[in-house]
Design a protein around this ligand. Structure first.
Ligand SMILES: Cc1cc2nc3c(=O)[nH]c(=O)nc-3n(C[C@H](O)[C@H](O)[C@H](O)COP(=O)(O)OP(=O)(O)OC[C@H]3O[C@@H](n4cnc5c(N)ncnc54)[C@H](O)[C@@H]3O)c2cc1C
Length: 462
């Protein structure tokens, strides 16, 4: 640690996850002197317990499904089973490669990296390893951890969080997933591909309940076809151990039994006993409150990532970290339009979206001002080749811009890139229809959907 007590950094960052390290990298790039404090591993949840490991498991699951379904494509292969130790090795190799790269990047940008558990000790300092690290400004980026419910103890063996599910040394025969949000449906999808008999329990009326209802319904249909069971609209009441697993009881008395129970009901901020309240940082239910420039009420303190009540996504953390770094370096900071952030759920089939739902658009613009269009992937050559089904749904303000793009289908996560340009550049359907999309790609479906919305459908009916 190249730091002595007399050093005053331009910026001291507490937490080296997506939000914290992005702030560090951008600030250092802009010439600021940065200290980054991390108690565990640089990269945080996303790299070690979140985005990357889950996507590796889902990819292994996809390969298992492809082996099972190979005959449909005229290919002779047999699925013999999952070697979970080898799956973990593959996943861990991906993580360790990225981890090394990130460590090298932080070092090459001359960020002072301090390993240890930090605590905010004044509006301009963090105490770590018995030393005071001083800065002109402090960024809080301590992230989040899995939540549980009162009376539901996560034991790491039969009742587990996503952290445990990522290192489980076996493929459970049966599993209950409590929570049908992003994390819950991704694990349900990967486990089903591995051969687990999965039941999702979701208290709200739909899976992925924050998505457009059409996407939720398409996902439910696809999951039903895959044999992933789910119970919607009734909340969890209690869980108890059985001889060889767990029994879950819902508020209506219905019960489910399985070998493991994955608790995936969301994540809560890491902010307790870290000195935030003592230093007068305004908070709400553990979240640090910020304005659109990520400033807290304490002028020398900013906060980013899962610690603040915005979308809990790695790329949101990156963007918030960059915003803070640029503001502190004297550049013009532009507030984030959170509706314009692409959201992807990487289950099979994928669900992706950007902009607002049809329901929200009707609230904002009035029901008579909202036009929608659904383009079925059945008409898309590449989707047919892949044997995937799904839809692109567009939400448009009448005679105006496209304000929502909602996608369901395998690999649709990759299409959200164009969708976010359409939303964020307030494109009109006729403008997108003018752009030529490559044939045969799934991306072509985006072009076809806009051709149809512009009143000149090509491969779909008027
Ligand atoms: C299973 C799962 C799958 C996910 N999949 C995706 C996905 O596909 N795409 C996506 O965009 N997002 C995904 N996410 C969300 C994403 O991981 C988070 O939004 C992102 O990691 C938040 O970044 P952060 O920097 O705010 O917090 P974190 O990544 O949690 O980092 C906070 C860091 O602060 C450190 N820290 C905490 N307290 C202290 C302290 N006192 N002193 C020093 N260090 C401290 C922690 O050790 C941690 O490294 C997923 C999350 C999970 C759990």
């Amino acid at each position: 640690m190249a730091n002595d007590a007399s050093t005053v950094f331009d910026l001291v960052i507490l937490g080296g996850g997506s939000g914290g390290y992005a702030a560090a990298l951008r600030a250092a790039q802009l010439g600021l002197d940065v200290a980054l404090i991390e108690k565990n591993k640089l990269g945080g949840t996303c790299l070690h317990n979140g985005c990357i490991p889950t996507k590796a498991l889902l990819h292994a699951g996809e390969i298992a499904d492809q082996a099972r379904e190979s005959e449909q494509f005229g290919v002779k292969a047999t699925f013999e089973g999952i070697d979970i130790a080898a799956v973990h090795k593959y996943k861990d190799d991906v993580i360790s490669g990225l981890y090394k790269g990130l460590q090298g990047l932080v070092a090459s940008r001359k960020v002072t990296y301090i390993e240890g558990e930090g605590r905010l000790s004044s509006p301009t300092s963090v105490d770590v390893n018995g030393q005071r690290v001083q800065g002109r400004h402090v960024v809080l980026a301590t992230g989040s951890v899995p939540r549980s419910l009162p009376g539901l103890t996560i034991d790491g063996n039969r009742i587990i969080s996503s952290d445990h599910a990522l290192t489980l040394d076996r493929v459970p025969k049966t599993a209950i997933v409590l929570g049908g949000g992003v994390i819950g449906v991704e694990f349900a999808s990967a486990w089903k591909s591995f051969g687990t008999d999965v039941t999702i329990v979701e208290g709200l009326p739909h899976l992925v309940p924050v998505e457009d209802e059409n996407s939720s319904k398409l996902l439910e249909r696809a999951f039903r076809k895959r044999g992933i069971k789910f119970n919607l609209g009734t909340f969890f009441q209690s869980a108890e151990y059985t001889a060889d697993g767990v029994k879950v009881t819902l508020a209506d008395g219905k019960t489910f039994e399985a070998e493991v129970l994955l608790v995936a009901i969301g994540r809560g901020p890491v902010s307790q006993d870290l000195g935030y309240e003592e230093q007068g940082v305004a908070m709400d239910r553990g979240y640090v409150l910020v304005d659109e420039y990520m400033r807290t009420n304490v002028p020398t303190i900013s906060a980013v990532g899962d610690l603040v009540p915005t979308l809990q996504l790695a790329h949101v953390g990156f963007a918030e970290g960059i915003l803070v770094a640029e503001r502190l370096a004297g550049l013009k900071a532009v507030p984030i339009d959170y509706d314009g952030v692409p959201r992807v759920t990487y289950c099979h089939p994928e669900v992706a979206s950007v902009g607002i739902t049809e329901a929200k658009a009707k609230e904002v613009y009035g029901a008579d001002k909202v036009v929608t269009l659904k383009y079925n992937l059945a008409g898309n050559g590449k989707s047919k080749i892949l044997k995937t089904s799904g839809e692109i749904k567009l939400v448009q303000v009448r005679d105006g811009a496209v304000v929502g793009v909602h996608l369901v289908g395998d690999r649709m996560g990759e299409q959200v890139g164009e969708a976010q340009l359409i939303y964020n550049w307030e494109a009109l359907p006729a403008e997108v229809a003018q752009l030529i999309h490559a044939h045969p790609t799934q991306n072509e479906a985006m072009g076809e959907a806009h051709l149809a919305l512009a009143g000149k459908p090509l491969h779909s009916h008027d």
